[in-house]
Ligand binder design. Structure first.
Ligand SMILES: [Zn+2]
Ligand SMILES: [Zn+2]
Length: 177
């Protein structure tokens, strides 16, 4: 049996006999004869629950998305907007990153939820998205603040006053290993 999450707590289950049934997990309902005519907690509902328990399908309220950097599947809130990252490629304050444009290594100090086309660069009218070297990166992605050179930054994001923070579109940076 294969399970496909459709969102809104609904799952499509394809049975071994090639029948496709619809499961509403939270309501505990299925469109198969076992459920419809015998009101049994059928094998399709059980299968959806098992797939969720094993992390192979997202729970109600979440959808499966592909990591922007590696393509691996991650589960995120149904209403979340991309780009999405798996646990390994998600950025946090203190992480080392590589600038895809220059190859420079930096340290992340802040991951914002503000978009690159909504944040202006220090005192100017130019947004991060409009900045010349950022033209090739999506304007609707969040911005990330980072410092040169690779310096030790506490994971709580505290930055010594002497360090200048540069702001990048999220997709311009990749996690350094
Ligand atoms: Zn069923
Ligand atoms: Zn990834």
């Amino acid at each position: 049996m294969s399970v496909l999450a459709l969102g809104d707590g609904l799952y499509e289950v394809e049975s071994a006999s090639d029948h496709t049934y619809l499961v509403d997990l939270e309501a505990g309902r299925c469109t198969c004869p076992d459920y419809v005519f015998r009101k049994a907690r059928c094998k399709h509902i059980r299968r959806v629950a098992i797939e969720i328990t094993h992390g192979r399908t997202p729970p109600p309220g979440e959808i499966a998305v592909a990591c922007h950097d590696c393509g691996e599947t991650a589960f995120v809130d149904e209403d979340a907007s991309g780009p999405f990252y798996c646990e390994a490629h998600e950025l946090h304050a203190g992480d080392a990153v590589r600038d895809r444009e220059t190859g420079d290594r930096l340290t992340v100090v802040d991951v914002s939820d503000l978009r690159a086309d909504a944040v202006t660069i220090g005192g100017s009218d130019t947004t991060v998205a409009d900045y010349a070297t950022n033209k090739d990166y999506d304007p609707d992605v969040p911005v990330v603040g980072a410092v040169y050179p690779h310096a030790t930054v506490a994971t709580n994001g505290v930055v010594p006053g002497s360090l200048k923070v540069y702001v990048f579109p999220r997709t311009r940076l990749e996690k350094a290993t």
